[in-house]
Write a protein that binds this ligand. Structure first.
Ligand SMILES: [Zn+2]
Length: 119
């Protein structure tokens, strides 16, 4: 079956509903047509994942508290977080966390959201 997709141009302050495809306001949280809640748009200014995880917050946690695995707990990787915590006295987690800090900085928001957005 070849369904015809409605080719509608959307304005700068508009987006398509993630469910029904209706053109709605970019800031709309719920589609007026179908009532489905809209997930965060990739590359939006807030730069937060659908679950509210922020790359900047993860990077800062890795930098300041990375030796204790705080950024791992923050990202929902509790098992790894505990591992960091257990071995924090070896300073190895701190070194790994610093590398992760750099990775977070160089990582795009899209990659971060894909990797940790649904954790
Ligand atoms: Zn809709």
């Amino acid at each position: 079956m070849n369904e015809v997709v409605t080719q509608r141009t959307k304005g700068a302050d508009e987006k398509f509903c993630s469910d029904c495809g209706e053109t709605i306001k970019a800031k709309a949280e719920i589609c007026p047509k179908c009532g489905v809640r809209q997930s965060a748009v990739p590359g939006s200014l807030t730069a937060t994942a659908p679950n509210g995880k922020s790359k900047v917050a993860a990077a800062l946690l890795a930098f300041f508290l990375g030796g204790f695995g705080v950024h791992k707990f923050y990202l929902g990787q509790v098992g790894l977080g505990i591992l960091y915590l257990v071995f924090f006295w070896t300073f190895i987690p701190a070194i790994i966390a610093f590398i992760e800090f750099i990775i977070f900085l160089t990582m795009s928001d899209e990659t971060f959201n894909q990797k940790y957005g649904n954790a």
